[in-house]
Design a protein around this ligand. Structure first.
Ligand code: ADP
Ligand code: MG
Length: 204
């Protein structure tokens, strides 16, 4: 799988900018059912990745993706750090082994399953998995980028009626119902930003 370094640099920048613009919103969501730091955590992680962008662009794609994951683990902190980190590290490893035959939906599925194992969570637990799995499903069905983005947004909203089963929000029990999950929201924001960027920067 070949990806231009320019594309990686662009994706890193849109992710950073999106999280920076929505950091307060993500903190507000996390204040409702957690400890209010999700926006700050994600911002720290994305800024650390941006700071490494020059090095990352010179690496082969699997190494770059794995390194982004490691940087996220080390800088996001909280529960989300190891989870987003696992997603990217596993994607990097899968890209390297190519056991999936290079098919991105399969690579993504394996990486999401690794996140689920890491968090001992499953779909419906009111976490970022509730956006990741639907996005993967849309991708596997060859949906258009705009439809994948829409699916991510709807899926994040769909976490509101769920009762949190994992993470800090789970301590609230039924009181977690009625609030969108912060991790699901950051995941949807990133998906929308990535889809939009890819749409605007399609190879001719
Ligand atoms: P912390 O909860 O340590 O303050 P963050 O606020 O950065 O960390 O991230 C919270 C988000 O992490 C949640 O909204 C949820 O989406 C996700 N999360 C927390 N625990 C788990 C878990 N065990 N499995 C999957 N996702 C989780
Ligand atoms: Mg938090």
């Amino acid at each position: 799988m070949q990806m231009e370094p320019m594309l990686i640099a662009g994706l890193i920048e849109v992710c950073r900018a999106t999280i920076a613009a929505n950091s307060d919103h993500l903190c507000a969501l996390d204040r409702a059912i957690g400890d209010g730091d999700h926006g700050t955590n994600m911002r720290r992680g994305c800024e650390a990745v941006s700071a490494e962008e020059a090095n990352l662009s010179s690496l082969p794609l699997p190494d770059a993706v794995e390194k982004i994951g490691l940087t996220l683990v080390m800088n996001i902190g909280g529960a989300a750090g190891p989870l987003y980190g696992t997603l990217l590290m596993e994607m990097g490893r899968e890209l390297r082994t190519q056991e999936a035959g290079g098919a991105f939906p399969i690579i993504l599925k394996r990486a999401i399953d690794a996140v689920a194992r890491r968090g001992r969570a499953t779909a419906g637990d009111k976490t970022l998995l509730d956006v990741l799995y639907p996005v993967q499903d849309a991708l596997a069905h060859r949906s258009r980028l705009s439809d994948i983005a829409r699916r991510a947004e709807l899926s994040a909203n769909d976490t509101a009626p769920m009762k949190a089963m994992r993470g800090r929000a789970a301590y609230l029990g039924d009181r977690s119902i009625g609030h969108v999950d912060p991790g699901a929201s950051s995941c949807a924001l990133l998906t929308v930003a990535i889809c939009r960027y890819l749409e605007e920067n399609r190879p001719e």
